[in-house]
Design a protein around this ligand. Structure first.
Ligand code: C5P
Length: 232
């Protein structure tokens, strides 16, 4: 798998998504579809975007009992997505069941990536609400190792954690990193950010970029700039 830029298509409707992608004449960026768009438009939006030639990261972050996740993953696999994800907090049994469900009869399957702790969870909330007393970094690395031991392909993490994840789980274990901003751009609500070039230097495998591209005056130019900085 080569390095790539994944555009977070955080739009509320099919119309807004297609209007955005129509600007990319002749180009087929790898795109991320999240809960908002998927729940608004249903699985047909995935089929239609696949039919237009896009690779798709379906970001639904599954978390349920192993049997339910296995069956849900089988459905997502039939949608022919290229990458999908779940919460590592669902345990190794859930992650292993997910992989089984995702694997097609011919042995192929989409990439499966784990969310460790959400970046919106503060160490205080983790201790108070979840009763997890260990330091955040130790928890994130432990969950990443569980994902690797379960046979998953990688984790979603901050670019700042990518190096440590590769160190703990191996170079082949994928790091998919949001929180990317241009050096001269707005940070928005992201706190710990890196430029595409820094994310490349630190070894991220995929960067997930939303507003720096979707809200740019010229989204195609912003995407090209990301590609040039990250992929080279
Ligand atoms: O617009 P922006 O570049 O901040 O978008 C980043 C995308 O990555 C959004 O879809 C956001 O939900 C997602 N994401 C994130 N941080 C995480 C996990 C996912 O920003 N830890």
């Amino acid at each position: 798998m080569g390095k790539d830029v994944i555009i977070a298509c955080d739009f509320a409707s099919r119309e807004a998504t297609f209007a955005f992608l129509d600007r990319f004449t002749g180009k087929k960026p790898f795109i991320k579809i999240g809960m908002e768009l998927y729940y608004a438009e249903g699985p047909q939006i995935v089929r239609d975007l696949k039919a237009r030639g896009h690779k798709i990261f379906l970001d639904l972050k599954l978390h349920d009992i192993p049997n339910t996740v296995k069956k849900a993953m089988a459905v997502l696999s039939k949608l022919d997505v290229d990458m999908t994800n779940l919460h590592a907090g669902g345990t190794r049994a859930m992650m292993e069941a997910a992989l089984e469900g995702l694997t097609r009869p011919d042995g192929t399957r989409p990439l499966l990536i784990a969310v460790t702790q959400l970046t919106s969870t503060s160490p205080e909330a983790m201790a108070k609400d979840l009763l997890i007393e260990k330091p955040m970094e130790e928890v994130v690395m432990h969950y990443a190792k569980n994902a690797a031991l379960s046979g998953l392909d990688g984790v979603v993490c901050s670019p700042l954690e990518a190096e440590a994840v590769h160190h703990a789980c191996g170079k082949e274990f994928l790091t998919v990193t949001p929180g990317v901003r241009f050096a001269d751009g707005d940070k928005g609500d992201q706190v710990r950010v890196m430029t595409p070039a820094q994310a490349k230097a630190i070894g991220s495998d995929y960067i997930v970029v939303g507003r720096p591209i979707t809200a740019a005056a010229d989204p195609v130019a912003a995407y090209e700039r990301c590609l040039a900085e990250f992929v080279g």
